[in-house]
Design a protein around this ligand. Structure first.
Ligand SMILES: [Zn+2]
Length: 242
């Protein structure tokens, strides 16, 4: 399609994939919804006076003081069927000033990514993959954190799940039932084997998994146990034998 330009060009804009195509007869034929324009996240969306915020506390053995991660959300298209809550900015506060400059840099860059719009969930995977060369640590529940950056990433993941931007992977009901069954079988097996000589060994770490469990490479949780001669994860259902 060629368009002859008859006027002087005063300005131009590159068409992005997200942009609606120029009105074609087909699009024009569509009934227009009563003046409702769906607002998508974009750099030029102005910060409203009030944002909804959530603060998460991170306590890591690598840091003397706790970190407080605050994520403020913007609600787009409020009260319409297109209502959407998206992260808008992130701040991290701590008494610990050792890491202040990179924390400020990280949060500013993340906030900028949030405001750009589009899919921001990749941040979670990028951050969770950061390993501290000095070694990570275990959280209550047996989840392994390879670094403090990874833990900030998992906080963002938790938040994006809360606001519905990340959906939990679909575990079918039958698979869930199988996992429950395996877990129950393992626990009853342990009870008969150990009798009651070792009380509360499992809750020593505050974890829901046996203390003897090893680290699952799929979900980074200490929940891998040997069942029927096969390493099986009691947390995510991963099995070495398929
Ligand atoms: Zn697992």
């Amino acid at each position: 399609m060629t368009i002859k330009i008859e006027k002087k060009i005063k300005g131009y804009q590159v068409v992005k994939p997200d942009d609606k195509p120029a009105e074609t007869p087909k699009a024009a034929a569509k009934p227009k919804s009563a003046g409702a324009e769906v607002i998508q996240m974009h750099e030029s969306v102005e910060r409203p006076e009030v944002l909804v915020g959530s603060t998460y506390k991170i306590k890591s053995p690598l840091f003397e003081h706790a970190l407080y991660v605050t994520i403020n959300d913007i609600v787009l298209n409020q009260g319409t069927p297109h209502e959407q809550r998206r992260p808008f900015e992130i701040f991290i506060n701590s008494k610990n000033m050792d890491h202040f400059q990179w924390i400020v840099a990280l949060t500013r860059i993340m906030s900028a990514v949030f405001r750009k719009g589009g899919d921001v969930t990749f941040l979670v995977e990028e951050m969770k993959a950061v390993f501290d060369p000095r070694g990570g640590y275990f959280k209550a529940g047996g989840v392994y954190m390879p670094s403090i950056v990874a833990e900030i990433g998992s906080v963002i993941e938790q938040h994006l799940k809360l606001i519905g931007m990340i959906k939990d992977p679909d575990i079918s009901d039958s698979q869930r039932a199988l996992m429950e069954e395996k877990r129950a079988a393992y626990e009853s097996g342990q009870k008969t084997a150990e009798d009651t000589d070792m009380p509360a060994a499992e809750s020593a770490e505050g974890g829901a998994f046996p203390a003897s469990a090893s680290l699952c490479s799929k979900c980074n949780t200490k929940a891998l146990v040997l069942m029927d001669n096969c390493q099986t994860c009691l947390n995510c259902g991963y099995s070495k034998c398929g």
